[in-house]
Design a protein. Structure first.
Length: 276
């Protein structure tokens, strides 16, 4: 698998922290050429310096990108071609979450989630697609179990991840005979700052995670599994026993699954849901 990624050109959005950062480190360790995208250019440049210092060539480049802006996504792809001349893998990882019941929610919160999670994936994929078809490359969409089942107090998050899944499912079928690989990747609860910056009802970040991060799968483990999935050209990957159990229950015992999901979210500290 290591040789598979050598000299592959990989774009990672949301690369300044969490799964994106862990993925950048993993692919760099296997000899890939990386273009890292995020709004936090200072963080990206620190990461690039760290990764470039490990080798003799400058294999990591940074592009400041706000994926909610179509022009930024177009620029990201154009800069990648300027740097390396091709694209082998696009990892649509940039995303934000939320935590509020819909009845209390400012609708701008859902719009912001859709702009980031869904439209960011659409914009980047649209402009990268011609180059990915040339290399018979891979498009990865990092979603969540919330892209398969509705999670209470996460209406906007679930909606955006369902949308990404539907978009990528359709893209895969459209290009079934073109050699394009499309992978829908649902890591489940992973150690990252996504819950710290999750938006509340009025759009402000909640500040603290409501979950025990120490008991979650590490971002490094997730990145390793993602790399294996790309190598094996998997179409779907759902990680963690909880994620797999949730999907199984939702298919076989949907009413029971609804109650389980409600109870799990209602038992979080300071949950906006009523405890039953």
């Amino acid at each position: 698998m290591v040789n598979y990624f050598k000299d592959k050109v990989i774009i990672v959005t949301g690369a300044s922290s969490g799964i994106g950062l862990a993925s950048a480190r993993k692919f760099a360790s296997m000899g890939a050429k990386l273009v890292l995208a995020s709004r936090s250019i200072d963080k990206l440049e620190q990461i690039a310096s760290e990764l470039n210092a490990r080798g003799t060539q400058q294999i990591v480049r940074c592009v400041k990108t706000d994926v909610t802006k179509e022009e930024d996504c177009k620029n990201l792809i154009e800069r990648t071609i300027e740097y390396f001349g091709k694209i082998d893998v696009l990892i649509n990882n940039a995303g934000i979450s939320m935590r509020a019941v819909f009845s209390d929610l400012d609708l701008q919160v859902i719009k912001k989630l859709m702009d980031t999670n869904f439209w960011g994936t659409v914009y980047c994929t649209k402009y990268a697609l011609p180059y990915l078809l040339k290399t018979k490359g891979s498009v990865v969409g990092v979603i969540s179990t919330a892209g398969y089942v509705g999670l209470p107090a996460r209406t906007g998050y679930s909606a955006s991840k369902f949308a990404v899944r539907g978009f990528l499912e359709t893209l895969r079928i459209e290009h079934l005979y073109d050699g394009l690989h499309v992978m829908i990747f649902a890591p489940g609860f992973t150690t990252s700052n996504i819950r710290n910056v999750a938006l509340t009802a009025d759009g402000s970040p909640q500040g603290e995670t409501p979950r025990n991060e120490d008991r979650m799968m590490s971002a490094e483990r997730v990145a390793k599994i993602m790399a294996r999935g790309i190598y094996r050209r998997k179409t779907h990957m759902v990680l963690t026993p909880l994620g797999k159990a949730t999907l199984f229950a939702n298919r076989r015992l949907p009413r029971v699954a609804d109650k389980m999901e409600y109870r799990m979210m209602a038992n979080e500290p300071d949950s906006p849901l009523k405890k039953i």
